[in-house]
Write a protein that binds this ligand. Sequence first.
Ligand code: 3ON
Ligand code: FE
Length: 495
Amino acid sequence: PVQESFAVPTDALSYNAQGWAKGYQSQKDEYDYWIDDVEGQIPVELSGTLFRNGPGLLDVNGEKIHHPFDGDGMISAIAFSDGRAHYRNRFVRTQAFVEEQAAGKILYRGVFGTQKPGGVLNNAFDLRKKNIANTQVIYWGGKLLALWEAAEPHRLDPYTLETLGLDYLDGVLDEGDAFAAHPRIDPSSKDGTPHLVNFSIKPGLSSTITIYELDINGKVVEQHAHSVPGFAFIHDFAITPNYCIFFQNPVSINPLPYVLGLRGAAECIEFHPEQSTKIIVIPRNNTVLPKGGKSGVQMLETKSGFVFHHANAFEQDGQIYIDSICYQSFPEVEPNSDFREVKFDAISPGQLWRFTVNLENETVERQQLENRCCEFPFVHPSHMGRPYRYVFMGAAHNNTGNAPLQAILKADLETEERQLWSAAPEGFVSEPVFVPRADASAEDDGWVLTVVYDSSRHRSDVVILDGRDLNQGAVARLHLKHHVPYGLHGSWAQE
Ligand code: 3ON
Ligand code: FE
């Protein structure tokens, strides 16, 4: 059993459900201003831009969308220089966003259950994919790309955030091709330079995983496709110097209700607790592999669970270690529910686990590293794919139970020490992004940036924490003039 005791008595709640739900109001406005309301000091050495993506609209002209993952992508850019910070946000002008805003109504179905008005008849057999560009944003090879895992990236102007159009990676992608929202940057790939490693999934009765590696100029230098048995819903992956690692969750899909206009595609996914999770290990190149490594794709099995996000992976002593946020089951989307009224204590929390894979013996062991409800793990960029010590995560305020993310947790995987900065009861955090201090030697020497929704003022703050000591409180709290709806992922672009 993973964790039996995640129900907390309601009197111990660290948040107010109505307050939490307000963070899912649409942000319809686009801003551009210097942040002048700052508590504390913005570190002068912090120089660069925090880009963040997430659903900006939770309704289209008053018509509610069904799930936050169906919300139109809105990019925030917080640019830091000389102890000052500038905020800008822009919606990604996807084709569907432009059309829906002009029409003032929902014109596309969403993967997570948003339907067009007009009932089943108006939705049946409409199998178009709405590329909503809402999951991640990354600056690489001179391009700022907004990512959504089921379609092509959108390219944006890194300064104005203006949408420049779909990006096909210089002809590598075809129209409608996917490019996942979870690129990993290998700080030193086999040629000694950083590579952006990403993948795409083509799901079906068997699924195709394609791996792409881009050099620092954004040129695709590796591309290889692999077929794996069964349907695959894979949101994230992990890398090491020699491998890409995927968790194939034990899910199946029955697309009929989707085709007939009754449900979104993701609402047709069924979780199978009696089936194992498959760990797919794909060599990044087929030349020199470490001892025990085999040249082809290897599939291993571990106990049932559902993983969206991996913290990191590394190779050591002939094994591969993968640290991941694991759920007891897939948080299935209820067709007739409102996500603003989610019952947190009815769902199992995400928790950090370590999987130890031995390729030679084809064994997997797993061990829970952290009991607290966590999501959005982030590690020092130079330790990506390498042995590492610290992981920063969004976390619940209380150390047991499932709850919204209100705190940032730093886990020291060497000493098992924990540090926590909490925004409870009125604050709700987003993914922490770790920015190393220039010339730092300690792995935790840097800043942790997170956008916090303050439900008491219906505004968001950009919070800067000192990575070495979260317990000491925020280094600076930058008050924005408005709220930013709960986001998904972000990245740091160094000046
Ligand atoms: O056959 C279909 C093919 C396909 C590509 C199956 C399918 C419908 C599942 C699918 C599409 C999948 C997509 C578009 C997935 C998008 C996922 C997404 C936008 C976000 C995922 C976020 C994950 C987490 C864990 C977020 C956590 C958020 C909080 C803790 C609250 O802020
Ligand atoms: Fe993600």
